[in-house]
Design a protein around this ligand. Structure first.
Ligand code: GN1
Ligand code: MG
Length: 374
C-alpha cells in the first residue's frame, strides 16, 4: 500500500483538514498502524489502522463493541467532571454513511484521532506502573455498569483450556516439522495444565464472574502524558467479557519482565517484584471497589497464568509455521516462548511474596480507605 493510497483511505472518513503524510506507527503484532498527519496545525492528526480481519473476523461486531465502550467511558468522564476528555478516551471517526470503518483494497480500515503529547512505553518504572494499575482498575470500574452486551471479538480468547487444546492439536499436526525443539516445553506445559485451568473451572462452578475487560493490557497499549500519568487505554479490539485476571496478568507479563518479550537471553528475564507491588497497589485502589475475594486472592495466579498462556500461544504459532503473530526471523516465536517460560518460572518462585503483599494491601483497605477515582 503506497502512502498516497493510505492518504486516500484516510480521506474517506469525515476528517478535519487535509492529510499529507502517512507513516508506520507503533509495534503491535496484529494490526498495521499508521500516523496520518494533516497539513494544518489547527487540525488533528489521525491514527489509521488496517484491521486484521483474519483474526477479527466480525469487523461489524468489533467496531460496534469499540464504539459502545468509548461512548460509555466518555459519558463517565463527563459525569466525573474530568477535563481534557478528548485525550482520555479514543475518538473514532465515521465515514459519510456513519460507519466507523471502511473497506478499501479488499481490507477493512478505521481511523481515530491522534492524541497529542502522548507517548507509549515498552517498559515502566514503579511510578508509572502504579498509575497504570490505577488506570486499568478504573477502566474496568467505569465499564462495570455497562449494560450493552459486548460480543466476543475473538471467541475463547483467554480461555486456557482452549489454548491448550490448540497447542495439543499443533503438536499432533506438527505442520512445520518443529516439534523436536518444543519437546522440553511440552512436558513443562502439560505438568502445569491442570493448575493453570483453574479460572475456567471456577467459572463453571459459578464461583468466578466474567466482567468487561480490556484483554490486551500490554504496557504499550496505554498512552501516558508528559508527566507519566496515564491518559487512556488504547488497542480496544479485545475488550470483551472475561476474567479480571486477563487485565491484571497481561500487564504484569509485559511490565514486570526485566527483559524483553522476545529476549534472546532468558537470563535477562525475571519477574520484577517492585513493578508487581506498585501496579498491584494502584490496581487495588480502583478495582478493589468491586472485586470479589476470589478475584483478589487469585491475582498471584493471574501473574503466573499470563506468561504461561503466552508461552503456549507462541509455541502453538511456532508449531503451526508462524501464521498468527508477525515474526522477524524464523525462530522468533520459539525465542518468545522461551522468554515467557523463564518469566513464568521467576513468577512462580515469588508466589508466596505475592500472596503476602496482596493480603497486606487488602488488610489496609479493609477499613474502606480507597482513594477517590480520578
Ligand atoms: C498481540 O496486538 P498486540 O500486539 O497488542 C495479541 C495479544 C498478545 C500479544 C503478545 C489479538 O497483541 O493477545 O498477548 O500480541 N493480540 C491478539 O505480544 O492476539
Ligand atoms: Mg498494541
Amino acid at each position: 500500500m503506497t502512502e498516497s493510497e493510505l492518504l486516500k483511505i484516510a480521506s474517506s472518513f469525515n476528517i478535519d483538514g487535509k492529510p499529507v503524510s502517512a507513516t508506520p506507527w507503533g509495534s503491535g503484532l496484529i494490526n498495521d498502524t499508521f500516523l496520518v498527519k494533516t497539513a494544518n496545525r489547527s487540525t488533528p492528526d489521525y491514527i489509521l489502522q488496517k484491521i486484521n480481519d483474519s483474526i477479527f473476523a466480525d469487523v461489524e461486531m468489533l467496531q460496534s463493541n469499540i464504539v459502545a465502550v468509548t461512548s460509555h467511558i466518555r459519558k463517565k468522564l463527563e459525569e466525573y467532571g474530568e477535563e481534557d476528555i478528548d485525550r482520555k478516551v479514543l475518538t473514532f471517526i465515521p465515514d459519510a454513511s456513519g460507519k466507523t470503518y471502511v473497506k478499501a483494497g479488499g481490507r477493512y480500515w478505521r481511523l481515530s484521532v491522534f492524541i497529542q503529547r502522548s507517548v507509549t512505553h515498552d517498559t515502566v518504572n514503579p511510578y508509572y506502573a502504579r498509575h497504570a494499575g490505577n488506570a486499568f482498575g478504573n477502566f474496568e470500574y467505569m465499564l462495570s455498569d455497562m449494560h450493552d452486551a459486548l460480543g466476543e471479538t475473538i471467541p475463547d480468547f483467554h480461555n486456557m483450556e482452549f489454548r491448550l487444546r490448540q497447542f495439543m492439536q499443533a503438536v499432533d499436526e506438527d505442520k512445520a516439522g518443529r516439534l523436536r525443539e518444543v519437546e522440553y516445553f511440552r512436558e513443562e506445559i502439560l505438568s502445569r495444565s491442570e493448575t493453570m485451568c483453574a479460572a475456567e473451572r471456577m467459572f463453571r462452578e459459578g464461583k468466578l464472574p466474567k466482567r468487561i475487560c480490556h484483554c490486551d493490557t500490554k504496557v504499550n497499549n496505554m498512552l501516558f502524558d508528559e508527566n507519566g500519568k496515564v491518559l487512556c487505554v488504547i488497542d480496544l479490539d479485545t475488550v470483551m467479557p472475561n476474567f479480571v485476571f486477563s487485565d491484571y496478568g497481561d500487564f504484569l507479563r509485559t511490565a514486570a519482565n526485566t527483559g524483553k518479550e522476545d529476549d534472546e537471553n532468558p537470563e535477562n528475564v525475571n519477574f520484577n517484584m517492585e513493578i508487581f507491588m506498585a501496579f498491584t497497589e494502584g490496581y487495588l485502589e480502583t478495582a478493589g471497589k468491586f472485586l470479589l475475594p476470589v478475584e483478589t486472592e487469585n491475582l498471584p495466579f493471574a501473574a503466573k497464568l499470563f506468561p504461561y498462556m503466552q508461552c503456549v500461544r507462541f509455541l502453538t504459532d511456532y508449531l503451526n509455521g508462524d501464521t498468527y503473530y508477525k515474526t522477524a526471523y524464523p525462530e522468533h516465536n520459539l525465542v518468545r516462548a522461551k522468554a515467557q517460560f523463564k518469566l513464568l518460572q521467576s513468577a512462580e518462585s515469588q508466589n508466596d511474596r505475592m500472596n503476602d503483599f496482596i493480603a497486606s494491601v487488602m488488610d489496609r483497605h479493609q477499613q474502606p480507605v480507597f482513594n477517590k477515582v480520578k
